[in-house]
Design a protein around this ligand. Structure first.
Ligand SMILES: [Zn+2]
Length: 771
């Protein structure tokens, strides 16, 4: 048998493993953006970028002038595309426990007629942005994908089904536009919905969410999408997460559909850096290529029976999508179980390991997993501690940190296993890891069968590899090439299926929870153990663990480089949370900041040892902690509440109050303070019923409401049904976006931007009323 130097072979194997890992991620990249002169009936991201540039010129949150400008632009473009657009204006309500969120929304919608009656295809993206971001990725990309799809569809033959193009408003303030659309007659006509979103500005457009009973939609999606990226594990995980997008509203209403998003570039999400220039146009191409193909496909088939039992679906390699009925898992599971038994029998018979030693190997695997993952808690605390500018909104150089943590994690893992080999042989350790993998597979199989594929196929192949090396004589002569090569081939499914998972976990959790990524890495390495231990052995010099040491050293150096690269600058600004508050009743004005650490500019507003307190002087229910300091009083006009009707009939008094932001703010906050909580029987905003639980505060029970995106008139009607003769206090706040420039000691520097979110970069004026 061919024998070569184990050191050289180990080096080559290491290169092969790394190369394969890189390839597995490379194959998941979004497709290349098509040029502006691409055929007219195809989707071109370059053409679609014109829409993105116009929509994402500036932040365009609900109620702002920019929002109105974007709406007018979209209406005009949809007109040009022959979609016969209309604007749906309505107040939509989201009830969430103790707060009622309402929004005045302007949905923009249009339609391409099909040539047969029947259900329609609903394409959705939201055109509003968060307040402190131009929103190129989120969700101008989605809007552009819809419009370029409409343009391309009009080049082809008329479809059978109508296609509805819905650009929702107020997604960022509680899916308000989508909720509002459910009041529109077209909502009843939707047979299938395709929603596109983003949680960053780069990466593949993954179809992470499908409606329930996904069997039909998964099969049609697999047929039609040119670049399908999906996984039933994402479907299962997302079902259990509190996150939501417009899609949630439609799928909760029973409409079948697919929700896709790209998630890389998390640091830019909802941030001022989510600009058209920073957008990865390939991500837009990915959104659009899939959307156009799906629109054509769903536009040409009946949409009456769109529910079928769940299927298993995933990408074994790159964008190749496999899907099959959940029941087939039983067959695969049987094969894996059989393989495990055979490997056990052969391994113990041929003395590759004993039963006890394999069990000890299982214990070692669990310990190493725990230690490596656990070590990253203090390691990560050290790293983020070394970056005073780090915030939980993520890092600009996430790939440097990913590389660094990968090297450190692999080094630590191999170092601990070097130690374990004092007692146990590689194959006992490998068999032990397979046992734990099998237990994990069995647990997932019983609890979430459609996610079991992630354990099933990697384990199946690695067991086959283990069988190959224990059955042959090769494990007794590890110098032979067959041993590591057999293991390398067996490792391929694990590598191709798990490396993108490891990468994705770092992208999603960033430095907020890198333990997730490290755990997945260690889980993967367990399956590759016999190969990894072989490679590690090849690097030993006088029995010293050279490879683990090199990996840890390289990881440490890269970590330093990443920390250094992360320093704020104009391209990667610090995000500061700062707002101005004025109590128009007392004249008290203050600056408040939720920053955990300040930059120099924001720091200059506050005293050195400023501690955080709640804004109780303004809000009876305040609990969020802020740095607070007094500010000069600005002559801002307070929001007005005027009783326009007050009538009592029987044992009910109905008060109608007109609310107005005189200074033209975008949003209102309302705190209703009845003498007793039961005095209030019903609350309506612009005619929509708002139900919520009262909240107990030091000042008694209150009811809380928020109205986002005041209509252009900047007026709204509050209606309260109360006990006759009772008094109700109203704390009325209006919120405008942007700091009072005249009060800033110096303009905000180029390397500082307002923090993302709805609670930053505001001017809030409060006034108390009673009726
Ligand atoms: Zn969004």
């Amino acid at each position: 048998m061919l024998k070569i130097n184990q050191s050289l072979l180990s080096f080559l194997l290491l290169l092969a493993l790394a190369g394969m890992a890189v390839l597995s991620v490379y194959l998941t990249l979004p497709p290349q953006a098509q040029p502006a002169d691409a055929p007219q009936d195809e989707f071109s991201a370059t053409r679609a970028m014109a829409y993105v540039r116009e929509v994402a010129k500036e932040p365009h949150a609900m109620g702002t002038p920019a929002h109105a400008r974007v709406r007018a632009y979209l209406l005009q473009e949809m007109q040009k595309l022959g979609l016969n657009p209309q604007v749906q204006e309505t107040t939509a309500v989201l009830e969430a426990g103790q707060v009622c969120y309402a929004g005045y929304v302007y949905n923009v919608l249009g339609r391409l007629k099909g040539n047969r009656p029947g259900k329609a295809v609903l394409l959705v993206a939201h055109y509003d942005s968060q307040p402190n971001t131009p929103g190129a990725g989120d969700d101008a990309t989605g809007v552009a994908a819809l419009l370029e799809t409409a343009r391309a569809l009009r080049q082809g033959e008329q479809l059978q089904n109508d296609i509805i193009f819905l650009l929702t408003d107020g997604e960022e303030y509680g899916l308000l536009g989508a909720r509002g659309f459910m009041q529109h007659p077209w909502a009843q006509e939707a047979g299938v919905v395709i929603n596109v979103e983003a949680r960053g500005n780069s990466g593949a457009s993954a179809s992470f969410e499908m409606s329930s009973e996904n069997g039909w939609v998964v099969q049609e999606f697999a047929k039609a999408a040119p670049y399908p990226m999906a996984g039933s594990i994402m479907y299962e995980v997302y079902k259990k997460m509190p996150n939501s997008t417009d899609f949630t509203v439609f799928s909760d209403a029973g409409i079948t559909g697919v929700n896709s998003a790209f998630v890389e570039g998390f640091v830019n999400y909802h941030s001022m850096t989510d600009t058209p220039e920073n957008l990865n146009q390939n991500s837009l191409q990915h959104h659009g290529s899939n959307m156009l193909a799906l629109a054509k496909h769903f536009g040409s088939i009946p949409l009456d029976n769109t529910k079928a039992p769940d299927r298993v679906f995933f990408n074994p390699v790159g964008k190749w999508l496999v899907q099959y009925p959940v029941g087939l898992n039983m067959l695969w599971g049987g094969i894996v179980t059989l393989l495990l038994v055979v490997v056990w029998a052969v391994g113990t018979k041929r003395k590759a390991f004993t039963g006890m030693r394999a069990l000890a190997g299982a214990l070692v695997y669990v310990l190493v997993l725990g230690v490596v993952a656990g070590l990253f808690l203090p390691i990560n605390n050290l790293v983020t501690g070394a970056m005073p500018y780090f915030t939980e909104s993520g890092t600009y150089n996430i790939y440097l940190f990913l590389g660094a943590y990968l090297l450190l994690g692999m080094g630590l893992f191999l170092l601990l296993y070097r130690l374990a080999q004092v007692w146990l042989k590689p194959l006992a350790l490998a068999m032990g890891a397979c046992l734990i993998w099998f237990v994990a597979f069995a647990v997932v199989m019983m609890s979430v069968p459609s996610a079991a594929y992630l354990f099933l196929f990697p384990l199946m192949f690695c067991l086959a590899g283990l069988l190959f090396v224990t059955k042959g004589r090769s494990f007794k002569t590890p110098g032979s090439v067959a041993y590591p090569l057999g293991l390398l081939v067996a490792a391929l499914p694990a590598l191709f299926m798990w490396t993108p998972v490891v990468q994705l976990l770092m992208i999603i959790f960033d430095l907020n929870m890198p333990v997730a990524m490290v755990s997945a890495l260690a889980v993967l390495m367990g399956l590759l153990l016999p190969l990894l231990l072989y490679i590690e052995g090849g690097f030993r010099v006088r029995d010293l663990p050279v490879l683990p040491a090199l990996l840890i050293l390289a990881g440490a150096v890269l970590t330093m480089a990443a920390i250094n690269a992360e320093k704020p600058g104009p391209g990667q600004p610090f995000k500061t949370q700062l707002s101005y508050y004025l109590n128009a009743d007392t004249g008290e004005a203050l600056w408040a900041s939720g920053n955990s650490r300040h930059d120099n500019w924001t720091g200059s507003f506050f005293t050195k040892n400023s501690t955080k307190t709640a804004l109780t002087s303004l809000y009876p229910h305040a609990s969020l902690q802020y740095h607070i300091t007094s500010a000069p009083q600005l002559p801002l006009q307070a929001p007005e509440a005027e009783v326009v009707q007050d009538s009592t009939a029987g044992n009910s008094r109905v008060v109608q109050v007109q609310l107005r932001s005189v200074r033209g703010a975008q949003h209102l906050e309302l705190v209703l303070q009845p003498e007793n909580a039961e005095d209030i029987k019903a609350i309506r905003l612009n005619g929509q019923l708002c139900t919520m639980q009262p909240l107990d505060t030091a000042e008694g029970a209150i009811y809380m409401l928020r109205l986002y995106g005041l209509p252009l008139s900047k007026e709204a009607i509050l209606e309260v049904e109360a006990t006759p003769g009772s008094k109700v206090g109203l704390l009325l706040y209006d919120q405008s976006i942007g700091l009072p420039q005249q009060l800033l000691p110096s303009p905000m520097p180029a390397d500082v931007v307002p923090a993302q979110g709805r609670f930053s970069n505001l001017v809030v004026v409060r006034k108390k009323y009673e009726f």
